[in-house]
Every structure is written in C-alpha cells, then in structure tokens.
Design a binder for this molecule. Structure first.
Ligand code: ZN
Length: 262
C-alpha cells in the first residue's frame, strides 16, 4: 500500500501555479522523496517533517528546472541517501543517473523511471503501482511550456499507454488520467491553429502569436512566443511548413509546403 504526503512549496507564480509539489511517497516504513524543490529553509523543514517516522531511501528528481531540483542534494544529504535524476543540472549534481525503465526499491515497492522528454530533454515521470508522478510533463491547472513539440507529444502518448489511476503533478492538484488525452488534444488543437494562421497569411512568429495567443497577459507572452517557435520547428520537421529566407525587416518567415493545406 503506497501513501503519498504532499508538501507545497511557497513559490507560486505564473509558471509554478500554487507552488512546487514535493512528494513523500511511502510503502510501509520506507519512503522516497520526489522533487525537493528550490533551496528554501522553510520548505526543506516541512519536507523533513513530512517524512518523520519514515526511513527515506532515495531522493528522485523529475527534471533539473530551478523549481524542482536545487534542494535535492541538501535533502539527500540530510537523510544520507542518493539523489537520482536523468542528468545533472545547473544547481543539482545527482549521485546516480536513471535511464528509462530503471527502478528504485523502497518498502517492498518499486518506483520506475519513465523518460518523457518534451518539457525538457531530461524529464522523467515516476510510476509506482497506479500512481504516476508527472513533474512538469502534466501540470495541474495549466498547460505546459515545452522545448520540443515532437518528443512532447510522443511522451504524452507513452504515459497514455500506461495503466495509471492517479496523476501527481509537479504543480497543482492530483488529476485523473483522462487529462492525458486532453493534453494530447490541446497540442493538436494548437498545431491546427498555427497551421490555420499560416494558411490565413501569417508568416512571422509575431503575427502567429498575435492570432493564436490573443489576450495572453504580458508576463507569459515571451513564453507563448517560444511555444510558437517550438511548434513551428515540429511542423517544419513534419514537412508541413518550410522556412523562407530570413528577411532583415521581419526575421524568419514560414509558409505552408505544397499540399499540406488543411
Ligand atoms: Zn519544469
């Protein structure tokens, strides 16, 4: 029987929702801690309190973004256990690396690492029994900022194929697995909107952002712009768009490739 204690870090914001969820996941008297979060004395104190009475066996990091990983070494040191991740990050040095399918045992249970690139190349989800810890691959209450639209969609399909009962995201409340299909549909809809925008005459990232992300607040507009660039790269890879030669005045422009009108 797996139990989960959630410790909410006080770092709310436009990209972190109510804050980072740190999870203390236990089986019997043993536990692992997922995503200790940023370096923050109060949050680390709360995390250690949440693990009171448990033998912590490992610290697991979904990815090395600054709101997930930097406290992992100090929490691992506190419990004298290894910290694990897919790769090192700017403020985090894992003791051991996890590849896709690697397992970490605790209290007779095993938690498996699932490589889910897209939000970042180094992203892992962790599954134990029917519980899937999704980091920023799936976030409660908002869509995810992605680095690679091709791998992100593949990674969504990977977790959609798994037998899962509950999702524990890196931010926001627990979710039903049905949201995975909603995320896939949202990505496809964004792609459809971008193709429609280009087919309607928009050629530059700015013109596409103005149409597809109309009304988005200024603080997230730069992120929206990067999302359009990421989505355009995928459409070019898929052969549906092509880059036109960069124009000094407007920068890079795109157009539909022949036959990809939709
Ligand atoms: Zn992240």
């Amino acid at each position: 029987m797996i139990s989960v204690r959630t410790v909410l870090c006080p770092n709310p914001g436009p990209f972190t929702g109510p804050g980072t969820n740190t999870y203390v996941v236990s089986s019997g008297s043993e536990a692992v801690i997922i995503d200790p979060g940023p370096v923050h004395d109060g949050h680390q104190h709360s995390t250690i309190e949440a693990a009171a009475g448990l033998d912590v066996e490992a610290v697991l990091v979904t990815h090395t973004h600054p709101d997930h990983a930097p406290a992992a070494n100090r929490i691992a040191d506190h419990f004298a256990v290894p910290a694990y991740s897919f790769s090192p990050g700017p403020d985090f040095a894992p003791d051991r690396l996890l590849a896709d399918g690697d397992r970490v045992g605790f209290g007779g249970a095993e938690i498996v690492a699932i490589h889910t690139p897209g939000h970042t190349d180094d992203h892992l989800c962790f599954q134990v029994d029917g519980l899937l810890f999704t980091g920023d691959h799936i976030m409660g209450g908002s869509t995810v900022i992605i680095e690679n639209a091709t791998t992100y969609l593949q990674s969504l399909r990977r977790i959609a194929d798994r037998e899962v009962e509950t999702l524990y995201p890196g931010h926001g409340p627990v979710l039903e697995p049905a949201v995975i299909e909603m995320y896939i549909a949202h990505r496809q809809e964004r792609e459809r909107q971008i193709v429609a925008s280009v087919s309607g005459g928009a050629e530059t990232v700015d013109a596409i952002v103005a149409e597809v992300y109309a009304g988005v607040p200024g603080e997230v507009l730069a992120a929206a712009r990067r999302q359009v660039e990421v989505q355009l790269r995928k459409l070019v890879e898929d052969g549906r768009l092509q880059w036109l030669r960069a124009d000094d005045d407007v920068g890079e422009r795109v157009q539909l490739t022949q036959g990809s009108q939709d």
